[in-house]
Design a protein around this ligand. Structure first.
Ligand SMILES: NC(=O)C1=CN([C@@H]2O[C@H](COP(=O)(O)OP(=O)(O)OC[C@H]3O[C@@H](n4cnc5c(N)ncnc54)[C@H](OP(=O)(O)O)[C@@H]3O)[C@@H](O)[C@H]2O)C=CC1
Ligand SMILES: O=C(CO)COP(=O)(O)O
Length: 336
């Protein structure tokens, strides 16, 4: 039987790392808008702009031609930042064959519509099965071949199992789930809490503070996730607790770095200019505050992150504000 053609949209760190894995299992084409990235991948088998000299699978091909990349796809993997998804998918729509399954790698929410990215896919490419792959997955570690795992959630378990085989390797374990909402919400929310953890680390608050923020963030993330329709157990899995641990502790996390630099007194434009990569939590924070109001879920930690990002609050005052709030029962109640 012919192996399915995989197309990955997005020539950044995560699109490249996943495309490199997929290229072991099936013919894989990466679409990137940047010509130098395409040449780098085709000629040198690296993506030096995003992953330095980490070797990519030589079987991986890259192209600038979106129409060709879409028209040849049997499976489409979406790896551009959240706010770019609608534009890219709208351009892709007329070229995609019917019923081609789509897997989102994106950990963000769309501003304005407040939609999850699989919902954006359903609006722009109606009729296609769509799911999400999330987990503790720092791209450069996976590209370097360190062991890691993620959860692939599709509405249909059988389809999750067939796609699982395309996106895994011996070092990258892909578990399956049918909880698309839970896996997707967890991936988007953890970035905001990584920024909060970064505040603490930037203020040199210590290990106990970091553990407190991560643990209480998990509760906050789970409460909104369940209110939005996710399953409680998903949030203690790879996409929830797993990714919170990785992102809130990794020196490679861009979201955590945003928090650290804000706490050190840098402005957001300065930090974004220095980062040159996406930190999804920045764009998702105001959306999460709107969702928390819509679903009636108190989110004190996310609220302070949004206040620092968008309302002139400082990281120090954010922490002081949080510490003034009286703790309640650990597992009941709305406090953080
Ligand atoms: N990096 C990681 O460790 C992980 C990231 N993710 C998620 O994956 C998604 C992609 O992130 P990541 O790969 O890290 O991002 P990067 O910042 O590494 O790269 C972003 C990529 O998207 C491209 N891009 C940006 N805007 C557009 C657009 N309008 N049209 C087409 N291409 C565009 C950029 O192109 P150009 O170079 O031309 O600017 C670049 O190739 C995010 O949602 C992220 O949260 C998930 C798991 C791990
Ligand atoms: O999603 C990630 C790890 O799982 C990457 O996190 P950052 O976007 O903060 O670098």
């Amino acid at each position: 039987m012919r192996r399915p053609n995989v197309t990955v949209l997005g020539g950044g760190s995560w699109g490249s790392a996943i495309a490199s894995i997929a290229a072991r299992n099936a013919p894989t084409l990466l679409w990137a808008r940047d010509e130098a990235t395409v040449a780098d991948i085709n000629e040198r088998h690296v993506n030096s702009r995003y992953l330095d000299d980490l070797p990519l699978n030589p079987a991986l091909r890259a192209t600038n031609d979106l129409e060709h990349a879409i028209a040849t796809a049997d499976v489409l993997v979406l790896g551009v930042p959240s706010q770019a998804c609608r534009g890219v998918l709208t351009e892709a729509a007329e070229h995609l064959r019917p019923w081609v399954p789509i897997v989102s790698l994106v950990k963000g929410l769309e501003q304005g519509s407040r939609l999850r990215i699989t919902e954006v896919v359903r609006e722009t490419l109606p009729g296609h099965p769509v799911g999400v792959l999330n987990g503790p997955n720092i791209a450069r570690e996976i590209a370097a071949g360190y062991a890691a795992a993620a959860t692939l959630a599709m509405p249909d378990q059988q389809q999750a199992e067939s796609l699982q085989n395309l996106l895994r390797s011996t070092m990258f374990r892909v578990y399956t789930s049918t909880d698309v909402v839970g896996v997707e919400v967890a991936g988007a929310l953890k970035n905001i809490f990584a920024i909060a953890t970064g505040f603490g680390d930037g203020l040199e608050a210590g290990d106990n503070t970091r553990a407190m923020v991560i643990t209480r963030s998990l509760r906050e993330l789970s409460r909104l996730g369940v209110a939005m329709g996710g399953h409680e157990q998903t949030f203690s899995g790879l996409a929830g607790m797993g990714d919170l641990i990785a992102t809130c502790t990794s020196p490679h996390s861009r979201n955590r770095r945003v928090g650290i630099r804000l706490a050190q007194g840098k402005t957001l434009p300065e930090i974004e200019a220095e980062l040159k990569q996406v930190a999804e939590g920045v764009k998702s924070a105001p959306v999460v505050m709107e969702l928390s109001r819509e679903h009636g879920v108190e989110m004190p930690i996310a609220r302070e992150v949004d206040a620092v990002l968008n309302h002139g609050q400082t990281a120090v005052r954010a922490y002081r504000g949080l510490l003034r709030e009286a703790p309640e029962h650990e597992f009941h109640g709305d406090a953080w």
